[in-house]
Write a protein that binds this ligand. Structure first.
Ligand SMILES: Nc1nc2c(ncn2[C@@H]2O[C@H](COP(=O)(O)OP(=O)(O)O)[C@@H](O)[C@H]2O)c(=O)[nH]1
Ligand SMILES: [Mg+2]
Length: 344
């Protein structure tokens, strides 16, 4: 997952650290107290009026390094190229660079601080800022009245139906009762596909014949959940584009009828910038509360995963990482960032 981005970010980390290391190891500027080595004294808190010796120690310890814009300019523009090549959206890449620059440049840095730590911390906080906080579905479900109704939307073939099945399996494992609504009534194949998943997983499914009104299926699904005290409703829908007015008004009707607690936008990580643009448009047209990116297992660039929350302002909830039911991982920004930076 995101192998290419990982490699490039780690190269950028080394390049940045190298640029700063060059400043650190440049011939030292003579301190006003003399040319003593800067690491000669351990940190010490002077108490009361400082003696002459204490004053000197403080001065030495506080002798600092200031990284200038010039010192890191090349490394930062390389980092920006790396991000853009990895399909990170321009606004997200800009935000990352600005954050790293602000973290590193012009600040007084104690020479004793590890250069690599300084760089890793700058990159980590920049990436975390852009990735947002993620979305803990289990906490969300625990804290809401049941049934919690979740509607899955997005374009065709991105993995909505598979994701509904995976999340059904995940929630069942976590002890929640689940019912699935077969809201893709366009093709008999679609109804059968979700039916097969539900049967394999031992999850109740509500289906209507092909060509029926998806709102009616999902209404029945919610009714079933209410009368059987089911914890979670997972509503599958047919793929659609945000610019197809009739399909979008159908989705509008679905929303009015089933009143979802959560609208989840599903797209594929491999689509890169296209996924981000589609998510943005979809959110504008119909609204989205959280995002699932599928096929992260096939995505080396990682750009969509990095950019999507920042671009549309909605959290990334899960990554799909393969074709089996277990191949879904809650998106935990801190874990992903450490893995990307190679500091796990
Ligand atoms: N490698 C991989 N394939 C996936 C993933 N999620 C879905 N798929 C595959 O993508 C294809 C389309 O999935 P489907 O759920 O039918 O998409 P839908 O049209 O959006 O409902 C199927 O072949 C799935 O097995 C994933 O996370 N990784
Ligand atoms: Mg489907």
């Amino acid at each position: 997952m995101f192998g290419g981005l990982k490699e490039k970010l780690q190269a950028a980390r080394n390049r940045l650290a190298g640029s700063i290391q060059a400043v650190v190891t440049a011939p030292p500027v003579t301190a006003s107290t003399g040319d003593l080595p800067v690491h000669a004294h351990p940190a010490q808190q002077p108490s009361g009026a400082p003696t002459f010796v204490e004053k000197v120690k403080v001065l030495l310890i506080e002798r600092e390094l200031i990284v200038s814009e010039k010192d890191v300019a090349d490394a930062l523009s390389e980092l920006e190229m790396t991000l853009l090549e990895s399909d990170v959206a321009l606004t997200a890449a800009d935000a990352i660079i600005a954050h790293v620059r602000k973290h590193l440049v012009g600040k007084h840095r104690k020479i004793g601080e590890s250069v690599d730590n300084l760089v890793v911390n700058a990159l980590r906080s920049a990436l975390l800022d852009v990735l947002g906080s993620g979305f803990n579905l289990l906490d969300y479900i625990r804290n809401r009245p049941h049934p919690v109704k979740i509607l899955f939307t997005g374009v065709n073939g991105t993995g909505k139906t598979t994701t509904v099945a995976k999340i059904g399996a995940y929630l069942k494992k976590e002890g929640f009762s689940v019912v699935i609504g077969a809201g893709d009534t366009y093709r008999a194949g679609a109804i059968e596909q979700i039916g097969v998943h539900a049967e394999r997983l031992g999850i109740k499914i509500i289906q209507h014949p092909e060509g029926g009104d998806p709102s009616a299926v999902l209404f029945d699904t919610v009714q079933y959940a209410n009368s059987h005290k089911i914890d979670v409703v997972l509503a599958d829908t047919a793929g659609r584009f945000h610019n197809k007015a009739n399909l979008m008004s159908q989705l509008d009707k679905i929303k009015r009828v089933m009143k979802p607690d959560l609208v989840v936008y599903v797209d594929e990580a491999v689509a890169g910038n296209d996924a981000v643009t589609r998510a943005f448009e979809f959110d504008k047209t119909i609204g989205a509360d959280a995002v699932v990116l599928t096929k992260a297992d096939m995505d080396s660039r990682g750009g969509a995963a990095i950019s999507i929350a920042h671009t549309i302002g909605k959290p990334l909830m899960f990554l799909g990482t393969g074709q089996s039911y277990d191949d879904i991982v809650p998106f935990e920004p801190a874990k992903v960032v450490d893995e990307l930076l190679g500091v796990t």
